[in-house]
Design a protein around this ligand. Sequence first.
Ligand code: NDP
Length: 480
Amino acid sequence: MNLYRIEKPFVFSIFGASGDLAKVKIFPALYDLAAQRRLPKEYVIFGYSRTPMSDEAFRKMVEKSVKGKSTLPMNQKILDELIRHMFYFSGQYDKPGSYNEFASKILLKTKGRKLTHLTYLAVPPQVFTKISKNLARIRPKIGEDLRLIIEKPFGHDEASAREIFHHVSMDFSSDKIFLLDHYLGKDAVQSILVLRYANSILNTLLNGNLISNIQITASEDLSVANRISYFDQVGIIKDMIQSHLLQMLSLLTMELPVEQKSESIHREKFAVLSALKYRGYEKGMVIGQHESYKNIEGVKKASWTPTFAAIRLFIDRQDWYKVPIYIRTGKMLKKKHTYVVVEFKKHAFQEKNNLIQNNKLIIELQPDQKIHVKLYTKTGGASSEYTDLTTSKSIACFGDDCLPEHGRLLLDVFQSDQSNFLTFEEIIATWKFTDKILRCSESKKVKLHLYEDYSDGPSQQDALTKRDGHHWHDVPLQKK
Ligand code: NDP
């Protein structure tokens, strides 16, 4: 892999620089870019938040978080060099005066030049539009190439997402807005499209007429570590399904765009996301909460928040409308494993032969990144048994130029490439669908099943697949 190197000087500002996202993801991603020598000689990075802090204290905070979180080998010289480019500005998010002062500070550091400027909104969604409005106001002073990176969650329902988009798009054109879901920066997620482009046989098979069902599983063996107040408000459906898992589903089931260009990709993704259908009301889902959830500090004793959800859905498009798609995700399950299973149909004449299994395409996303194409054969001799002829290859990035998700996605922003970001239309479509599921899950007609910590989740999930004559596929984790 040979990723892009940034040549031109730039400014990078992180709003909410005192917070968790900045420490856990953004500072380490900037270090990763520096460590791979992808940054130019000249650049300025600002942390902006309300907390009073000196440049010195900010740099210490950055150093500590990079050392705790970067996955690349630590090189103190590179880190020192990065930190020399970093400054802190303490300002309000809603006060024009703060932004005027900020603009002066930027111009001081850039010696009056109006450089490409990436701004990362690492703040809660209720602050997004205050920042975008004020940034747009100072844009003539600091430069027109002002790009806005906004990380999921984009609101908490369709109406709040529309509200954010309405305001943000009054101030920024869509080519300057980068709506980030970090799942789309994962190698294995990006490889779904790569696989489809590179293998016409595989792509031909990804056709609803040939597929029996699709299953997406994203299980965690931990509860919600450090973001419990956020999680307890939103629950697993908004946290995992609304964006991460539906985005993956769209990459797998959309028509293959003729051109590998952002516009074509988004056109096809939207066609799928806007055709998602939830049928079956309370019978189409199973939700659960792990046993020890209410003992976590910060969780309300009466919390109804699901930590597990399994959903049966459909895509209302010509080839797909009969293919059940099952999505399940949960916290505190027996293993951490994210994978997709596409199960193909048997020919009618094979159906009675129980010795033959359905062919499967399995994409593992974490912890391993692997693709398996499950074919079956007999190995000769008199045995009547079919054996599993599996091709399984790690597709994890290997070598010196691998980057975790945020680093990769930042490089895309520098290149103005929107392919691995979301569009407003896609987000509204996924919220429309998610709101329907949520209305159902919150109606109390759906029972919240308690499940044992480190188990497979509520056993009731089996009924979802069984009603179509299927069963969940548990893909074993491979030993290292
Ligand atoms: P934080 O709660 O840590 O907030 C970030 C900073 O924003 C705070 O340090 C604070 O800075 C400021 N802030 C917090 N609450 C408010 C408020 N009500 N009004 C104005 N300013 C506020 O959030 P995170 O850093 O965890 O996340 C930022 C965004 O990114 C959120 O939308 C989150 O859901 C999302 N996200 C976070 C991830 C993570 O791993 N943390 C992962 C994926 C998405 P100050 O007071 O100094 O101004």
